[in-house]
Each structure stands twice: as C-alpha cells, then as structure tokens.
Ligand binder design. Structure first.
Ligand code: UT7
Length: 349
C-alpha cells in the first residue's frame, strides 16, 4: 500500500490588512483586550466583490499544484473544506473545478469547520493509500468577513476570524521516511449548539409552535428565513467561547498524543506541531501540557486571526516557506472546533 505525501503546498492571504484598532470603528473593543485574550494583532479581509472563498482557494491551489510539479489537468480529485462557501449549494469544490478548467473529476465539500482541513487530509489519504487517486487537491478556505456581526453584540466572535486559503496536493509515495503515518478523527455532538450558525437551516427553532401551526403549505417556505431572524442577529455565528476553550485544551493534547502513540513516537520526536490557529492561549496551553519547546510549535494567529478550515494549511505553508519544515521531519497537524469535531495528522515531510 502507498503512503500519501504532500507534493506541493500553497497559501493565499488577501491584501487587505485589518488591525484591531480598525475594528473600533464598529464595536466596543480594544487592541489590548484582543491581544491579551487571543494573541491576534491583525487579520486579512477579502476584497468585497472580487474575492470569494472559491477564488482564494483557487489562488492557493495554483501555487500548490505548481510546486507539486503538476497541472490542474493532472488533478484527479478535489476536497474543499470550508464553512463559508460562496453558495449554500453547490459547494466550492465544483466552483474551483470550473475556475481551474479541470477534468470532470470528483469534487467533495467538507463542512467540518475548524477541523475541516484535517478531516479532508484524512479522506484524501484513504484514496491515495488504496491507489484510487494519484493527485488529490485538498483546499481549506474561508471568507469570514462577509458573515460576521460587527456590532458590539457579536464582538466575542467577530474579532477572532479572518479570511484566507491554503491548499496541498497529495500524491502517493513509497519512500520510507516520507508521507502520512496516520490520521485520527473524533466528534462529540452533545455541545453542537455552543459553537454554531443556526441559519439558514431546516430546524425551524426560530418559529413558535403556534406560528408554525398557522402556516399553510404555501407559506412553509418562510420557515427557512424570517425578518425576525435577521433582526435578532440569528444569522451570525454563535459561540460560548469559555466553554469551547475548556474542551479545546483537553482534546488538542489528547488527539496529538493519540497520533504519537499510534506510531510509537513521543513528543520529543515532533519537529513541528501545527495547531489550528483558534487562539494563541490555546496553542500555548497545548505546548505547555505536552512540554514542547517554542521551536516545536508554529503559530501565526497574530497576523491572520482564526481562518478556520484554512488555518492549518496556511500555517504549514508559511512554516515550510520559512524553512521550518525539512525533508523527513515529523510534523503533526491538529485541529479542534465546532461540532465538536477534532483530529490530527502525523506525517513525515
Ligand atoms: O476555532 C474555533 C474554536 N473556537 C475556539 O477555540 C474559541 C475558544 N474560546 C476563546 O478563544 C475565548 O473564549 C474568547 C477569545 C472567544 C473569549 O475570551 P474569554 O477570555 O473567554 O472572554 P469571555 O468570553 O469570558 O468574556 C470576558 C469579557 C466579557 O465581559 P464581562 O461579562 O466580563 O463584563 C465579554 O463581554 O470580555 C467581554 N468581551 C469583549 N471585550 C472587548 C468579549 N469579547 C470582547 C471583545 N472586546 N471583542
């Protein structure tokens, strides 16, 4: 059986830099609060009309494909992870396939939020290992800036998120000291609502029983959207930050240890840990718990904020471009987020 190697990696960050102080125009917050609680100094926002989640994914994909020594026509499967797709449906995978003039290959969208890229890597790995595909494009991209509540009401969420994209091309390898060693995926839906965007959805929670009963069949379409839903701000992401934080600092170390133990490795063997960039305090907590040195953990949330499905490939790409990842290095990717879902990927570069 083959292993999967990252043959090429790319990233794309929009040019528009938004500092913490820029956010003061819209909400009551402060540079001090944001830096102290999250580590974030600035983030990027996509161009309002010219850039979408798909177009940013395309830019990252172009770089990854070129670095892999391939062309868009060589790609035989697309996996696109995002929570901020261009359309409710169809997904970004087919939009990228069209934009890059690829063949009529399969395109799969993954909606696993912060762990989306790790899940996508795991799926891609299975297809490569079995020999089904030889050039899989895995993309994580987000345009959060279009769907956040920039009033003081939404400040606990909106200050955290940023836009961007990362992509890798996975190919088979038979080299001993190269490729994905294992992937580990988890979920626990018991707290699904504490980090969620409820609408648009088919749950109908925003209507009272009485109101629902009063709808005739012709009015049933209204269940999906309502003016009240928009007026109440129920169209924005909702998060109980401290509750998420508590679980994140428990699950991150656990899923990293699980990957190490599955491969008879220890934390001392890790050359670089790329944690999902949710909050610098979470990364620091994980580093301390696993007793990792500073040079074993890569963080860039200071510059880009939390880019959800894009954060792991952006950080991995940046680390590689800065010479922090070399051939044969043991690299661990780990993510935790909404769902809750979490996971890890252990690989030799
Ligand atoms: O990537 C997806 C997974 N997400 C996560 O992992 C997020 C995990 N959670 C977190 O990162 C943190 O909980 C936050 C950064 C979201 C919030 O930090 P916190 O230290 O947990 O703050 P808090 O929510 O407990 O709020 C503390 C205070 C509150 O005021 P009072 O009630 O103490 O008066 C908030 O209203 O800070 C207030 N606050 C803000 N103040 C200024 C919340 N957001 C802001 C803000 N600026 N942006």
């Amino acid at each position: 059986m083959f292993k999967s190697k990252i043959a090429g990696i790319g990233k794309y960050l929009p040019a528009n830099v938004v500092t913490n102080n820029d956010l003061l125009k819209y909400m009551e917050t402060s540079d001090e609060w944001i830096q102290e609680r999250t580590g974030i100094q600035e983030r990027r926002y996509a161009h309002r009309t010219n850039e979408t989640t798909t177009t940013m994914g395309v830019e990252a994909a172009k770089v990854a494909i070129e670095r892999a020594g391939t062309t868009p026509q060589d790609i035989d499967f697309i996996i696109f992870a995002t929570l901020s797709p261009d359309y409710y449906f169809p997904g970004c995978g087919v939009l990228l396939q069209r934009a890059m003039k690829m063949k009529e290959i399969g395109a799969l969208d993954i909606r696993n939020q912060c762990s989306g890229f790790v899940y996508a890597m795991s799926v891609a790995d299975q297809f490569i290992k079995t020999g089904m595909y030889k050039n899989i494009l895995v993309v994580g991209a987000e345009k959060h800036s279009f769907g956040l509540d920039f009033s003081t009401r939404g400040r606990n969420v909106s200050v955290i998120f940023g836009d961007g994209a990362g992509a890798v091309v996975l190919q088979p390898t038979e080299k001993e000291n190269q490729g994905i060693l294992s992937t580990h995926l988890h979920s626990d839906g018991n707290s699904a609502e504490i980090l969620a965007m409820y609408n648009p959805g088919t749950h109908a929670n925003h209507w009272s029983e009485q109101k629902l009963a009063s709808f005739d069949e012709a009015e049933i379409g209204q269940m999906f959207f309502s003016h009240a839903m928009i007026d109440d701000g129920q169209v924005f992401p909702n998060m109980d930050g401290p509750a998420v934080f508590k679980v994140a600092v428990e699950k991150f170390p656990a899923v990293i240890k699980e990957a190490l133990e599955a491969n008879q490795r220890t934390t001392a063997d890790i050359n670089l840990l790329i944690p999902h960039q949710a909050n610098l305090r979470i990364s620091q907590f994980v580093q301390k718990k696993l007793q990792l040195r500073d040079d074993q953990v890569y963080n860039n949330i200071m510059r880009y904020g939390n880019t959800t499905a894009a954060s792991v490939p952006i950080a991995l790409c940046e680390a590689w471009e800065n010479g922090k990842v070399k051939d044969g290095d043991l690299v661990c990717l780990a993510a935790f987020g909404s769902g809750f879902t979490w996971g890890s990927v252990l690989l030799n570069w």
